[in-house]
Design a protein around this ligand. Structure first.
Ligand code: UDP
Ligand code: MG
Length: 131
């Protein structure tokens, strides 16, 4: 997912270019906006964390781009491409290092396991929307 800060700052194109250069195939993509209810559901695993309420407001504050990506070893490769959660700690050249504003508004989301990638893909897309 490309998060509201990156969409608002016109970083969709450069981020998608990075994703393409890293060898990912985009198999589904949409520009949309999460309601607070949907953002809360997407980040439900973090419900007990202190940052949850702010995160839900932020994630529903503007449009996002959701995409399903395909590649060998996709989850690990994508996590490497985006860099650490806190952009101040993200490796130079990673998407968060280049485009993120803060630990909350950190430009992109990436799934943390194959199981969660399947759950999160199903959250945004039906079978018919994947190619
Ligand atoms: N987050 C935050 N404050 C924190 C940690 C995380 O606002 O101290 C936000 C941030 O947007 C992050 C998201 O919550 O991307 C989910 O946190 P997670 O630990 O899963 O990081 P990620 O998997 O996105 O690197
Ligand atoms: Mg995570």
């Amino acid at each position: 997912m490309i998060k509201p800060d990156a969409v608002g700052n016109n970083h969709i194109g450069p981020i998608l270019a990075k994703i393409n250069e890293a060898g990912f195939r985009i198999v589904a993509m949409k520009y949309t906006r999460l309601t607070p209810e949907l953002a809360g559901k997407f980040y439900e695993v973090h419900k007990e964390r202190g940052f949850y309420n702010d995160l839900v407001s932020y994630m529903s504050s503007g449009p996002i781009v959701a995409a399903v990506l395909e590649r060998e070893n996709a989850v690990e490769s994508f996590r490497k491409l985006i860099g650490a959660t806190d952009p101040a700690k993200a490796e130079p050249g990673t998407i968060r290092n280049l485009f993120a504003k803060s630990i909350e508004a950190n430009a992109v989301h990436g799934s943390d396991s194959d199981d969660n990638a399947a759950i999160e893909g199903n959250f945004f897309f039906s079978q018919m929307e994947r190619f």
